[in-house]
Design a protein around this ligand. Sequence first.
Ligand code: ZN
Length: 162
Amino acid sequence: MALVDICRLGDPILRQKAESVPKVSQKIKDLLTDLTDTMYAAPGVGLAAPQIGVSKRVIVIDVGEGLLQLVNPVLLSQSGNEIATEGCLSIPGIVGDVNRATEVVVRGLNNKGRRIEIRASGFLARALQHEIDHLEGILFIDKATNIREAPGEEDDSKKEEI
Ligand code: ZN
């Protein structure tokens, strides 16, 4: 288990387009583990590799529906839309309202290198879109309205940080 520092807004790696992963090697499996451990420790519900300084197309998500580890995720389709509050582990203390699709289908490779397809709705769909944006160098503040200070530590705002 390895906890890694999370890159903050201003770090140029957050604005780079991440590279595709040619093969789910042991190095990529280790990266998935580091991302997962760091996400849970933060605590957050999603984390993309560029957020820990690795410009590769690798994400992890757990919105309370089980851990999802995805390599080279691609948004195959999206439908519906909903505006909801979002935060990001790389931009602590800030939240904003972001319009996202309510249902998505995402394809990628799992931690064994097998192709998987995920049909998601609600907050999981939102988290997938947020993390895939990270791989394009896009941050939620680029899309958000009503950007504001997050409510205090004592409430549940941390749970929205992806
Ligand atoms: Zn984020």
